[in-house]
Unconditional design. Structure first.
Length: 102
């Protein structure tokens, strides 16, 4: 979603709320405009790093597992999370060191 939102600064609560809004909006829009879309209905892909699965969001609110490539997508997300966490820890450590010395 290219909307100018600073995703790195979102709390988990805000990220979940934003995700819900996006999914529900996506579902509502395509209830009325699916026949006008180019290339068929819009599909939403879900990567759940907490529970370790990935798949396609279904109209009934369930997730149809993607048996072909979930490991690759999940691994990429986990690698990004690891790098972001390390970067955040380093930043906070530098700030703490600066405050202690100054």
């Amino acid at each position: 979603m290219n909307s100018g939102i600073a995703y790195d600064g979102l709390s988990i609560t805000s990220a979940i709320a934003l995700t819900r809004v996006c999914l529900n909006t996506n579902i509502d829009v395509f209830k009325y405009h699916a026949e006008q879309s180019i290339g068929g209905e819009c599909k939403t892909y879900v990567i759940d790093t907490l529970h370790g699965f990935a798949g396609w969001y279904q109209d009934d609110g369930t997730i149809k597992a993607d048996d072909h490539a979930p490991t690759d997508a999940l691994q990429k997300i986990r690698d990004q999370q690891d790098r972001a966490l390390r970067k955040q820890i380093e930043k906070e450590y530098k700030i703490k060191q600066k405050n202690q010395s100054g």
